[in-house]
Design a binder for this molecule. Structure first.
Ligand code: MN
Ligand code: MN
Length: 467
């Protein structure tokens, strides 16, 4: 063995996926990402993602858990939580007391929610007030085409589903910004203050309508909303309407190596998790996929990871397998379970390298990323995976030719963030973050490498098969 070979064997060198995958896998990878782009275009909200997930699950033979009185190996079930959170399971051949294998991703993404009383008129223009959701750099959300998605209930209790701005001939909406010619004082402000939360107002109309009405443009919009959807202004008080980027997911780069789209944090891991469980053969341990809501605001609420929904559904599955769910059985199941918190990591941006510590950062193109801990400053808010669990996950990845890399979020004192991992860990099971590195995370147009998307899919499938 030469010194060069020995050095390679002894040291940790990250590999570019293109240097190690076969041509056949490369072709599969590009096809996989074409389907992924469609998923993103049809799933711009948590509700829409759940709807597509149900469709994909049902096509793969999954049925509502409530339809089953008992469960046996090979049964494929799903359960919905308020239309924003889905639990899927394929029952394995092992005794469930040996634990289950979970991959968990989130399907909410940063966006602008309409306020409860959003509509107003000013300077003969109609606008919607918004309240941003999740951590955003506000200036990125102005002057781009936006679409409107959500639900609203009319006085009669009719549910109206809103989806405007996605079809070729649909109108879109936007947040205007001050022209540079008049922005000298705005440009002197810090970037955090240049665009204020209360300035994220969406332009929605400009035709004055009627006589003897005080606000004629607002009147025009109200009439239009009423004619088209049967809604009145008071109905907005119950509405959940999200303003999101209107553009479609695209291949990025002359060589089409990247995917650019809104909402890839964390729908890239949601899609790969979904495909991972759907494409899994009958597993030994019961395979579970959970796609949760509210991660971007702390995993709170009845559809977030902190909701009891997950535990209640696990208990229901145990009961349907064993006839009853004793507390000791439940405790064994949970303690023997393991979870990949399928969430994205920050990819090193060549233009902003100084925010990263490159020996421990993740790179686009170097495969799925395992993140032992997240958190801020001194690992605050982190679930730090144990050495034992890290080893077992790494072994599964190596045994299944998953190209993966280790990564942390950025330089130690640079900032930080969390995922659902800490809340899963609180239940008393092993968990580690595992996902796709992203460029421009939380921006209206996020970028991921196709290699890493494909490797995440392979990783989740391998975990279901071998853990
Ligand atoms: Mn995320
Ligand atoms: Mn996020």
């Amino acid at each position: 063995m030469t010194d060069k070979e020995l050095f390679e064997e002894l040291s940790y060198t990250k590999k570019n996926v293109y240097d190690v995958i076969t041509d056949a896998e490369k072709a599969q990878m590009f096809e996989f990402c074409d389907e992924y782009r469609k998923f993103l275009d049809n799933g711009k909200t948590e509700r829409e993602c759940v709807n597509i997930s149900v469709k994909m699950a049902e096509e793969a033979g999954y049925k509502p858990l409530d339809d089953y009185k008992t469960l046996k190996p090979g049964d494929k079930v799903y359960k919905l939580n308020r239309g924003k959170n889905i639990f899927m399971a394929q029952i394995g051949t092992d005794d469930i007391e040996n634990g289950i294998n979970i991959c968990g991703a989130h399907i909410d993404s940063p966006r602008l929610d309409l306020k409860q009383n959003p509509l107003y008129e000013q300077d003969d223009m109609a606008l919607f007030k918004t309240h941003y959701y999740g951590g955003i750099k506000k200036y990125q959300w102005t002057t781009i085409p936006m679409s409107m998605h959500g639900v609203i209930y009319t006085k009669n209790g009719d549910k109206v589903v809103i989806n405007i701005g996605e079809e070729e001939n649909d109108p879109v909406f936007c947040i205007t910004d001050l022209l540079p010619h008049l922005a000298s004082s705005q440009m002197m402000k810090k970037m955090t203050e240049g665009i204020e939360g209360e300035n994220l107002n969406v332009l929605i109309g400009g035709i004055p309508v009627g006589k003897d009405v005080k606000e004629r443009v607002k009147f025009g919009i109200l009439k239009l909303l009423n004619e088209k959807y049967g809604i009145c202004e008071t109905d907005f008080l119950n509405a959940e309407i999200e303003i999101v980027p209107a553009f479609k997911a695209k291949d990025v780069g002359l060589d089409r190596s990247f995917v650019g789209a809104y909402g890839q944090d964390d729908r890239v891991c949601a899609y790969t998790t979904l495909k991972g469980i759907i494409d899994s053969e009958l597993p030994k341990k019961t395979a579970v996929a959970i796609l949760v809501d509210k991660e971007e605001i702390g995993s709170c609420g009845n559809t977030g990871m902190l909701s009891a929904f997950f535990e209640m559904t696990v208990a229901e599955i145990i009961e349907k397998i064993k006839g009853k769910c004793k507390i000791t059985t439940y405790n064994k199941v949970i303690a023997n379970s393991a979870c990949l918190s399928s969430d994205v990591n920050a990819a090193v941006d060549p233009t902003y390298e100084s925010a990263y510590e490159k020996n421990n950062a993740s790179f686009a193109g170097y495969g799925m990323c395992i993140i032992k801990y997240t958190g801020a400053r001194g690992k605050s808010g982190s679930s730090d995976a144990s050495s034992e669990f890290m080893y077992s996950v790494e072994k599964i990845m190596n045994d299944n030719n998953v190209v993966w890399q280790s990564g942390e979020l950025g330089k130690v004192d640079q900032g930080g963030g969390g995922t659902i991992a800490q809340y899963v860990a609180n239940l008393n099971m092993d968990v580690v973050d595992c996902g796709v590195p992203v460029l421009s995370m939380h921006a209206p147009f996020e970028v991921t490498a196709k290699t890493d998307i494909y490797m995440a899919y392979k990783a989740y499938k391998a975990f279901y098969k071998d853990r």
